[in-house]
Design a binder for this molecule. Structure first.
Ligand code: ARG
Length: 423
């Protein structure tokens, strides 16, 4: 028998809800075990009404009608399903592409980019449905709680937050027992009959898996974790060439065909996944202090980000390229750390947009058994002159006889310092 834990009456943060002030809750609902148990538990423990919100960010294989019906069956007043793919691509992924966004050198931030949008939509729906509180299913050990609560506290200081998973002290077994007791259907993938499943999060831009053997750093990935990307050893024996066309830093064509950003990302993901491209086995420094391992599958990002970066390098000067890498890293860190609404992020975006005004052109990439390699580039804005770069020619803007004078002055301070320190 599982009794829900006492609701803690003490608050640590200003935005945490006092139990007696919780009357109608907007629950961010995925249809999975945690949030389904939560849907019942909030009604029981708080005596509150629950309105659900499910956000479609392009996670593959979801049946939103099934999720909606499940929510209603579990007593939700209503369940809103929002297709936010276009907004996600336009306002979150396009800026990420312009910023070559990777955290810790490898994570393309799909979850981190999705959370502020999900939380913003939660605020909008909470307000229009007359809710006083927003509930989410994040644990106390992850980054997602930071991203969601920071967003709610920023955009809607009048709304309170509850995070039942952080306080109810039910483990997996207790949750399953609670679900059984309360007639909450459990999907077989919830592992009710055996092993706990991986903890998954996914959207248009990628998929993460955590838990189980992934927590053992010495354990190499097991095949069953890969649900999106073909294992490279099973990928086709023939390479495939793909051409991505960019305008102002955003991809607009795939193999010459003009596509909206959502479709282009989906189509890129499919091609890259087929060739085993986009597997990332990542050790990550979380904002809450933990170091964790994640297995990521991000096929679209693994194709589009390197192509964008290549084109940007081509149209920018050495100084712009040196400088932007630092700003890219700062942008990614802010987004990872849940500070999407921080003005520094929009300051950086202004710079990213200005630089990317010239990032127009086409990049060809060869895909083969887990690798994506840039093989061709073209841009009207390339700071490139084949005759200047050539070994064969001299003249025009480049005078080889000027080089020794340049080297003399360029190395002057370094040579003086060397002599000083070594003689
Ligand atoms: N480590 C990644 C991040 O912090 C992925 C988190 C996935 N979230 C989840 N609830 N499974 O953004």
């Amino acid at each position: 028998m599982s009794e829900p834990a006492e609701i803690p009456a003490t608050r640590t943060a200003s935005y945490e809800a006092d139990p007696e002030h919780v009357h109608r809750v907007l629950l961010l609902y995925s249809g999975g075990l945690d949030t389904s148990v939560m849907l019942k538990w909030i009604q029981d423990a708080y005596g509150a009404e629950v309105v659900c919100l499910t956000v479609n960010l392009g996670q593959p294989g979801e049946d939103y009608e099934v999720i909606r019906e499940k929510a209603l069956r579990l007593g939700a007043l209503d369940c809103h399903v929002v297709d936010a793919r276009e907004e996600f691509a336009r306002d979150y992924l396009a800026p990420a592409i312009r910023a070559n966004a990777l955290y810790g050198g490898g994570y393309p931030l799909f979850t981190a980019l999705g959370r502020p949008l999900i939380a913003k939509l939660a605020v909008e729906h909470a307000r229009s449905a007359g809710c006083d509180t927003i509930a989410h299913g994040c644990t106390g050990k992850g980054n997602d709680q930071v991203r969601i609560e920071a967003t709610v506290a920023t955009l809607a200081p009048e709304l309170k937050v509850i995070a039942p998973v952080r306080s109810w002290q039910m483990g997996r077994e207790e949750e399953i027992a609670y679900a059984r007791e309360h007639g909450i259907p459990i999907k077989s993938s919830s592992g009710a009959e055996g092993e706990a499943p991986y903890s998954i999060d996914d959207n248009l831009w990628g998929r993460s898996s955590e838990g189980r053997w992934i927590e053992d750093l010495e354990h190499a990935p097991e095949d069953d974790v890969f649900q999106l990307v073909t294992r490279p050893e099973e990928a086709p024996d023939e390479p495939e060439l793909v051409e991505l066309g960019f305008e102002h830093g955003v991809p607009v064509t795939l193999n010459g065909e003009r596509l909206g950003l959502v479709e282009l990302i989906e189509a890129s993901a499919e091609i890259a996944a087929r060739h085993g491209v986009g597997i990332i086995d990542h050790i990550e420094d979380r904002i809450v202090g933990l170091k964790v391992r994640d297995i990521y599958e991000a096929p679209a990002a693994a194709l589009i980000l390197p192509a964008h970066q290549e084109l940007e390098h081509l149209v920018c000067t050495i100084h712009q390229n040196q400088f932007k890498a630092g700003l890219d890293r700062q942008w990614s860190y802010l987004v990872y750390a849940g500070l999407w609404w921080e003005p520094l992020r929009s300051d950086l975006d202004a710079y990213m947009e200005h630089v990317n005004a010239l990032v127009t052109g086409t990049i060809g990439i060869k895909l083969y058994k887990g690798h994506a390699r840039v093989v061709t580039r073209s841009s009207p804005n390339a700071v490139y002159d084949a005759s200047l770069a050539s070994f064969a020619e001299s003249g025009g803007l480049f005078s080889q006889s000027a080089s020794p004078g340049f080297i003399e002055l360029w190395s002057l301070q370094s040579r003086m310092a060397w002599r000083l320190h070594n003689e």
